[in-house]
Ligand binder design. Sequence first.
Ligand code: GDP
Ligand code: ZN
Length: 292
Amino acid sequence: MTGTIIKALSGFYYVDVGAEQEPITCRGRGKLRHQKITPLVGDHVAITVTEDGTGMVDEVLPRSNQFQRPMVANMDQLVILASGAIPVTDPFLIDRMVSLAEYKGCQPIICFNKCDLEPATQLVELYQKAGFQSFAISAQTGEGLEQLLGVLDGKISAFTGNSGVGKSSVLNALCPQFGLKVGQVSEKLGRGRHTTRHVELFRVGGGLVADTPGFSAFDVEQMELIPKEELANTFREFQPYLEQCRFVGCAHVKERGCAVREAVDNGAIAPSRYQSYVRLYDQVKSRPQWEK
Ligand code: GDP
Ligand code: ZN
């Protein structure tokens, strides 16, 4: 049978095999170690269940993606929580996360929390127009949470966002048990070095959600690993224009006859998104090749 690793601890893998069943506690087969395969949280695995109800991980199925910090695999979606109210999220942070998610083949979803304080209508529209699922939510009033639950259904999702944006509040509002479990986890692992590395998937409605203690920004360090030639491909609303630039290999920064810049000028691409692109391009460009 197959399942998804929701927790890995001290050589045990806890494998989710559906909402109706308790996770199965598994050991990894020796052959995985010999093949130097380390099963990760998020891995889809083939397991054999023995008579005592425990199991063995026989095989790790091919991964759709993998992140280093936290160490997880197969994230279908990255829910980027932002806020138009204090602490206001810098759009550049949103765009960095969007870019990284796109690069990793993980669907970015942009949610503006605290809509009871600030509806962020313009930003919601900006990201919708750029081709993303984006909507306003409030952990306080519950607005938009049904829609978010729908988005999580049947998928593995990770949440990210600047501190204070309401990640814990939103997750608790989505699933009261989530808070309970988070509390239990931090009680057990609150002290010591495990805390920073521990990641676990929780069932939220019909989906699985990754929780990392402290909910640090998701892997932003890896941003610099995107090759400069591929950066424009991580901006989905640029795609229709990329082939139309006058020069092959156009970086879309200063070049004459750049169709992307033209699209910014005539309002088809949001200036803030384009500015984020230029800023990111500067960062990845100045990174020496040997560091990649
Ligand atoms: P985290 O650091 O991203 O986990 O953010 P928290 O969940 O700890 O929330 C930070 C603060 O924002 C807390 O005081 C929450 O009560 C508040 N907060 C979270 N969501 C909302 C919301 O939708 N509306 C309002 N008004 N406050 C919120
Ligand atoms: Zn161009």
